[in-house]
Design a protein around this ligand. Sequence first.
Ligand SMILES: Cc1cc2nc3c(=O)[nH]c(=O)nc-3n(C[C@H](O)[C@H](O)[C@H](O)COP(=O)(O)OP(=O)(O)OC[C@H]3O[C@@H](n4cnc5c(N)ncnc54)[C@H](O)[C@@H]3O)c2cc1C
Length: 307
Amino acid sequence: MNNQQKIFHKLHSDLNIKGKYNFNYNLSKSSWFGIAGNAEIFFVPDDLTDLKLLLENRPKEMNITILGLGSNVIIRDGGISGVVMKLGKSFSNIVDKGEELLVGAAAHDKVLAKFCLNKSIGGFEFLFGIPGSIGGAISMNAGCYGFETKDIFKKAKCITFDGKLCELENSEHMFTYRKNNKIDNLLIYEVYFKKKIKEKKLILNEMTKIDEERKQSQPQKVRTAGSTFKNPKNQTNEKAWSLIKKSNQDIFKKNGISFSREHANFIVNTQFISANHIEDFGEEVRRNVKASTGINLEWEIKILGNR
Ligand SMILES: Cc1cc2nc3c(=O)[nH]c(=O)nc-3n(C[C@H](O)[C@H](O)[C@H](O)COP(=O)(O)OP(=O)(O)OC[C@H]3O[C@@H](n4cnc5c(N)ncnc54)[C@H](O)[C@@H]3O)c2cc1C
């Protein structure tokens, strides 16, 4: 046990924290790429009291990282220092509150989309195709086919990394393309969504359409984190996948890593040797796209941890 782990162990027992933890926990199963470094401390809080106790009492230098379902991350080989927190099942409830929906941040996007279908609640159809959690969707302003999380979001209940409870209300500048500008040093644990009644048949049609389009245009059952780079909207109308193709990067392969044949902005990992290789692959593509088109691609995938 190193020093940070000793401190965590003591806090956990002195404060009667209930959630489970592991030291030097390998995160490969927590990343869609199937390869990752270790969490120095991996912690699954049982409830809000656990979260509050730990965050209020941790030493300020103990780093905190939040992980959802790992569908938008590269976790470098050197692992993540400090505490990696992942909300468990106790944070995944979905409650119909009449005027609004109350959803735990660990609920899966797909489960919420199905819940809304059963209850004839419209606007959540796009979430059916996104393989993340609600916390991840709010953090990334996840979206597809013209819909974004910001369209249905009302407010979120959060806790700061110092253990203070707070609320985030939907506001004009809160969300931009695949970004939440208010989320730094916050963990979202509960989200309120706007409700709009819609005919079940129409919801089902929309979900089926999205699902079919995805199956045609995206790889299935492969190790990927979805779109690698953001569309560079402030530089050009051309999409990231098109720039990758134009600069012949869609055929680039290295260390078992390549772009999917179905989608030239989805990196696919077929070898499970190194997460750093995935980052290196992406960086090489960025350099080559810049050299041949002059456009700077920005990562949509979040890169976490140490090299
Ligand atoms: C096959 C595939 C298809 C995809 N298609 C799409 C798509 O169409 N549209 C789209 O937008 N994305 C898509 N993605 C990317 C990804 O699914 C989304 O970004 C998703 O919202 C990430 O959620 P997650 O729970 O996996 O978050 P993670 O990948 O675990 O984390 C992403 C970020 O969210 C933060 N985070 C997670 N939970 C919380 C929380 N509770 N509180 C605070 N911060 C939190 C993390 O710290 C991290 O910075 C796709 C990915 C895959 C693998």
